[in-house]
Design a protein around this ligand. Structure first.
Ligand code: 1AE
Length: 409
């Protein structure tokens, strides 16, 4: 094989297929279309465009039951066939093929040349930490809840309460769109003024990820309007718009604030055994290549559950030094409460954002106490103490434990 290739690995379930033949069919069908029928002269010319079968690993143990036989197939696609953007590669490697039987895209290994087209996250883990001046512990993020139907005064008060609890990051709810009660610029100004007010008291910096919405062609302008109004972070529903929209935003030098990728719609794409795109690729590698500084995904512990091994694979894809793009912060989310912090820190280590909505606002003492309870839980784990031990002289944590309990496994 000469030239540069980008690989894709699939898991294909079929009780009877000749997987080697199937792999050849993919390699040819998704590149030059047909091969054996080509005259020799044409073959020479088309060779550099022809996909190659890299490997076919058949899983067919003795006594394999109907529905369980599969093969992991890796195909190398010539880079010369597609432009340097994520849609071009995805359509090549998993366009029509995504609809052709029980097939799931497990992973991609883009060439160095392809990857070099993507600046990736502007800030990444280190950059976000630098903005906040926090380098010695996991970050804590709070999610706005009960936002629809509320006005700016109400929103500001909610923001202030969250900020007073000592969280590092606050994100809009992903379902908060442009609306007459809390329009983008007013929302940003009000929340950032609350952030400054809280900083006077807590001495702590804060990033506010305002939800970037609107039609695709308005996104850049809206992002710049938000930034001009003072936004120091953006939340983005990547999968509703496509990875290219994120890549374009992340590559724009004027959009100089971190971007948090929300996983809305991911459930339509990754959970099936037989179809879609694996979670580590969808919410890990592709988010990072496209430029997410933080990537949110369901945790193994909360209300929307992703299996632990898959979860840790998402984390690995976001943090691995094997990609040229800066590492993105993993943000395991959904149903997180302070009693889960030891598990999160045990599984994810220090480079994680502990993110909660209900777990902050549902604290019996209110949202500020909710944030405090999370910070205390992080401090407890850092100090090598159990939450129960630390809670003996940390009231907000004690009350949170009473409310939600502590999970140890
Ligand atoms: C996986 C995304 C989680 C999210 O966006 C969200 O709003 C979670 O809310 P809680 O923490 O479950 O209340």
């Amino acid at each position: 094989m000469t030239g540069s290739y980008s690989n894709a690995t699939y898991r294909l379930y079929d009780d009877n297929a000749d997987f080697q033949k199937k792999a050849q069919g993919i390699a040819v069908g998704l590149t030059v279309g047909s091969w054996t029928e080509l005259p020799e002269a044409a073959k020479e010319q088309m060779q550099k465009h022809l996909g190659q079968v890299v490997s076919v690993e058949v899983h067919e143990p003795e006594g394999v039951q109907p529905g369980e036989r599969y093969a992991d197939i890796t195909i190398a696609y010539p880079d010369v066939n597609f432009s340097r953007d994520i849609p071009a590669f995805l359509v090549t490697a998993f366009g029509k093929l995504s609809m052709d039987g029980k097939i799931k895209l497990l992973d991609i290994a883009p060439s160095a040349d392809f990857l070099s087209a993507f600046p990736g996250p502007k800030f990444g883990v280190q950059g976000v930490r630098d903005l906040l001046g926090v380098h010695d512990r996991p970050l804590v993020m709070s999610i706005f809840k009960s936002v629809i139907g509320h006005d700016i005064t109400n929103l500001r008060e909610q923001f202030l309460q969250q900020a007073l609890g000592g969280v590092d990051l606050i994100k809009d709810d992903e379902i908060l769109f442009e609306n007459p009660l809390t329009p983008l610029e007013e929302r940003v100004k009000a929340c950032m003024s609350a952030a400054r007010e809280a900083e006077q008291i807590t001495g702590q910096k804060l990033l506010y990820f305002t939800n970037l919405t609107g039609s695709t062609f308005q996104l850049k302008a809206n992002a710049k309007r938000a930034i001009a109004a003072g936004a120091n972070g953006l939340l983005f529903n990547v999968l509703a718009y496509g990875f290219d929209a994120l890549a374009e935003l992340a590559a724009d030098p004027e959009i100089n604030v971190p971007i948090a990728a929300h996983p809305a719609m991911a459930g339509a794409l990754y959970p099936s055994l037989h179809h879609g795109i694996s979670a580590p690729l969808l919410l890990g590698k592709l988010m990072r290549i496209a430029g997410a500084d933080l990537s949110l995904f369901p945790s193994p512990y909360g209300s929307v559950v992703m299996p632990r091994d898959e979860n840790l694979a998402v984390m690995e894809a976001l943090l691995t030094p094997s990609l040229p793009q800066k590492p993105s912060f993993p943000v395991p989310s959904a149903g997180i409460h302070p009693g889960l912090v030891p598990l999160i820190m045990g599984d994810f280590g220090p480079e994680v954002v502990v993110n909660a909505g209900g777990g902050v606002h549902g604290h019996p003492g209110g949202s500020a106490d909710g944030g405090r309870a999370f910070r205390q839980a992080v401090d407890a784990v850092k100090a090598g103490l159990t939450l129960e031990q630390y809670a003996t002289d940390h009231e907000q944590l004690r009350i949170a434990i009473e409310r939600w309990g502590v999970r140890t496994s």
